[in-house]
Design a protein around this ligand. Structure first.
Ligand SMILES: [Zn+2]
Length: 254
């Protein structure tokens, strides 16, 4: 009897966790884009404004970490990067930055890029243009209040963005950067799986999607533990991990 009731509680907890996770993250490159336009097509149409990867002519690559700052995982990722003497790019959420300004300051102080990942992490492709603009603007106000500048780099939540939103981004001098390598780490994979997902897909000029922050109950220890091995592997194969602004030769500030 006790055991059955316990089983039911675990079941409810599991369903709750899965629901929370799917609310925050969903696989963005596997599903059909709501805009009906492929990312590669958008990259061609909005050259230099919507970016998936850099020139394949250099072995530079960019490690990028979304959904920060998160006190559970961001400091651990920063510690690894510091130990390995590598600079990366962090896409920050406005609401999270307000809660943990010291972490945002640390990211900036330690030489990493800061990019705008919206104010409250909605799917831009489901928002009217004005609401999307508001998301960027509100996040920008928070970021500027903490580190003193407006980022040029933008990554839309789930990678979802519409052509008319890219038109606006172009006019406002933003660079919207998604990725060509998805670690799928948000699925709470093991370090081994995260390592494999990155190393089997990376190419010269790649932009690698990882996370240093997550939804409630989401565990990103796989990412934290895979990171030193990924960096060692990249160096062993003559790749040079750099920030996105170095990879794309653009300024960090808009
Ligand atoms: Zn995100």
């Amino acid at each position: 009897m006790r055991k059955r009731r316990y089983g039911k509680a675990v079941m409810v907890l599991m369903i709750g966790t899965i629901t929370l996770l799917s609310l925050w993250t969903n696989s963005s490159d596997a599903v059909a884009k709501p805009s009906g336009v492929k990312w590669s097509e958008l990259e061609r149409r909005y050259e230099g404004v919507f970016v998936l990867s850099a020139s394949r002519g250099s072995r530079k690559v960019a490690l990028t970490f979304d959904d920060v700052p998160d006190p559970r995982f961001t400091p651990q990722v920063l510690n690894v990067l510091k130990r390995k003497k590598i600079h990366a790019t962090f896409f920050v959420v406005g609401t999270r930055s307000s809660k943990h300004p010291d972490l945002l300051r640390r990211i900036h102080r330690e030489g990493h890029n800061i990019g705008n990942h919206s104010y409250s992490h909605p799917d831009f492709s489901k928002l009217p243009l004005v609401k999307m603009q508001e998301q960027i603007g509100r996040a920008e106000a928070v970021i500027e209040g903490i580190v003193g500048f407006n980022p040029k780099l933008v990554r839309p939540p789930y990678g979802e963005i519409l052509p008319r939103q890219l038109e606006w981004a172009k006019k406002k001098n933003y660079t919207v950067v998604n990725w060509d390598v998805d670690s799928s780490d948000w699925r709470q994979l093991s370090a081994e799986q995260v390592f494999r997902n990155v190393t089997r897909a990376v190419r010269p000029g790649s932009v690698v999607l990882m996370h240093a922050g997550g939804g409630q109950g989401q565990n990103l220890l796989g990412t934290v533990n895979a990171l030193p091995r990924i960096i060692d592997w990249l160096r062993l194969h003559d790749y040079e991990p750099v920030t996105l602004t170095e990879l794309l030769a653009i300024p960090e500030k808009r």
